[in-house]
Ligand binder design. Structure first.
Ligand code: A2P
Length: 268
């Protein structure tokens, strides 16, 4: 879980993080984050619109893990006017004095609209890194052409079934690291026969195979769970390796046709 990679701004990011989308504010979220930290996760991914920043913050502070050891991401609701004010509010809810990563949650409304404010939040030290989420190839291109600080990260939904290889390649070509959210297809892909077959060969679970696939494609991966044993299981992915045949078989499950600009209908 301690493995990291360097972002284009020099900061390091842990390759595995706990995603807390759809985790209920309060006890459920606090427990999940606390169990993750106990299991060795050092990266938590939340967002304004998840409504659970307060619980994330409470779990972080209660864990006794030093602030500087944990990588904390939250996301701007870009329909709000002022990214700086929103970052300050998120920090207050989290009980922190800086974010590690602040993302524009989605491009709808204009892929560059919030970026000046994001850069200001960065310059003010409210966040160490800035990036985007749910950006397809055209939107990323538009932003990269006008940004003075390029995004460090693009967080999108990726799994073998939603590979979006063109988006992955295009992001990396511009030095933008890609984070995979819903790497288990929000759980839909855990029952896949192909995934189960590979899991069996390795004596692993389908979740571990899907997470490992993401890692071997150079992705930062953000599985979500609210169950302690699953949170622990999802972190046991640095002690085995999928072979080239396994990877190729999983790659073939792709239904996005290798394109990067066919992001699914947004959930918001
Ligand atoms: P739960 O939160 O009840 O544990 P994704 O990360 O793609 O969004 O997938 C999250 C979904 O997959 C959640 O419904 C979660 O259920 C389930 N899940 C996460 N990890 C595992 C696991 N190791 N085994 C089975 N289900 C899992």
């Amino acid at each position: 879980e301690g493995q990291t990679r360097e972002l284009n701004d020099g900061h390091r990011i842990p390759l595995l993080g706990l995603g807390v989308w759809q985790v209920r504010d309060g006890r459920q979220c606090e427990d999940a984050v606390r169990w993750a930290l106990d299991a060795g996760y050092r990266h938590i991914d939340t967002a304004q619109v998840y409504g659970n920043e307060t619980s994330v913050g409470r779990a972080l502070r209660g864990s006794g893990v030093p602030r500087e050891e944990v990588f904390v991401t939250t996301k701007l609701n870009p329909s709000r006017r002022d990214p700086v004010a929103e970052a300050e509010d998120s920090l207050k809810r989290l009980g922190l004095d800086y974010l590690d990563l602040y993302l524009v949650h989605w491009p709808q409304g204009g892929p560059t609209r919030a970026w000046d404010g994001m850069q200001r939040a960065h310059q003010l030290g409210l966040t160490r890194s800035i990036g985007v989420s749910n950006y397809g190839v055209p939107q990323l291109g538009t932003l990269l052409r006008s940004a003075s600080t390029p995004p460090a990260v693009n967080q999108v939904q990726i799994s073998p079934y939603e590979f979006r290889r063109a988006l992955l390649d295009e992001s990396e070509r511009h030095g933008v690291a890609v984070e995979a959210y819903s790497p288990l297809g929000t759980g839909r892909h855990l029952g896949s026969r192909e995934v189960a077959g590979i899991a069996e060969q390795h004596g692993r679970t389908p979740a571990q195979v899907l997470i490992r696939w993401s890692l071997q494609h150079g992705l930062i991966v953000l599985p979500k769970s609210t169950h302690r044993e699953r949170i622990e299981q999802n972190a046991q992915v640095f002690d085995f390796e999928l072979g080239p045949d396994d990877m190729a078989a999983l790659d073939r499950l792709d239904r996005t046709g290798g394109t990067g600009d066919s992001l699914e209908q947004p959930w918001w």
